[in-house]
Unconditional design. Structure first.
Length: 268
């Protein structure tokens, strides 16, 4: 006789029925053993949790580093205000800790131009270049997207910065806008590499937007490769002369001529 095994969903004979009954009995014993193991494990967990709960109430208050983010931020803010008021000196780096790498001022980035020189310019400025009339390196211009500030980099053909400015200020050699007015001309340099800086205002510049009056800071100098270069900053009156000076000073600090290895500023 065959019977239908509901567990296996099949028809079986009498002998097979006895085998199935034996398997059922074996499975029942295994299930009872497993159940006793689970009950024992739960009992052990309950004892452990009870011991922890009794001891937890005697734990000390959380230390500072366990407090929430808002508490830590508030503490840091208080310390910052004390530092601004002269309440204490800034902590010095730990002995043996590496020094912070030299980086340009906030808002600037260093770029290595296709012409080979390195310079720092405001982040996101565009670049254009035109061929120099005197040969050599192209004249490179970096501009902001508002087109009211510009940094120009080129190689000077005259034998010295002073000679270059004498030619520039000669109206018979370099015609100028009627609005041109020299503000200052200073001789600079470190004693071994000559430099000079001309600051002036001028009117409309060919190829540039008509912004009224331009502030111009023109710095010409001898670089580490022995060649003369110019870093010229232009800014509309709205930008302010100080902003143009910062543009040129930052560019000069990070300038490195083509095919030359230069240390980062402040690193030797």
């Amino acid at each position: 006789m065959r019977v239908f095994d509901e567990d296996r969903q099949e028809w079986v004979g009498h002998d097979r029925e006895r085998e199935i009954a034996a398997l059922h009995a074996r499975d029942a014993l295994r299930q009872q053993a497993a159940l006793r193991g689970v009950v024992a494990a739960l009992a052990a967990c309950g004892v452990a949790f009870g011991a922890w709960a009794l001891g937890w109430k005697d734990e000390p208050e959380p230390t500072a580093y366990l407090l929430g983010p808002q508490s830590v931020a508030g503490e840091q803010g208080d310390r910052s205000e004390q530092g601004d008021q002269g309440g204490g000196a800034s902590p010095s780096p730990a002995d043996g800790a590496p020094s912070t790498a030299a980086v340009p001022p906030r808002g600037y980035e260093t770029v290595t131009d296709p012409e080979g020189f390195r310079v720092a310019v405001p982040i996101g400025w565009s670049r254009t270049a035109v061929e120099s009339l005197h040969g050599g390196m192209s004249v490179v211009n970096f501009r902001d997207y508002g087109a009211n500030r510009r940094l120009q980099v080129y190689e000077v053909s005259e034998p010295s910065p002073q000679a270059s400015f004498r030619d520039f200020l000669d109206d018979t050699k370099v015609p100028k806008s009627p609005a041109f007015r020299k503000l200052s001309l200073r001789t600079l340099g470190d004693g071994t590499r000559p430099a000079a800086r001309l600051t002036y205002v001028t009117g409309r510049i060919d190829g540039e937007p008509d912004v009224g009056t331009w502030y111009v800071v023109d710095h010409r100098f001898e670089a580490a490769d022995g060649k003369r270069y110019a870093l010229v900053g232009y800014g509309a009156r709205a930008a302010g002369l100080d902003e143009v000076k910062t543009l040129v000073t930052t560019a000069l600090t990070w300038f490195c001529p083509p095919n030359t290895v230069c240390p980062d500023p402040g690193t030797g």
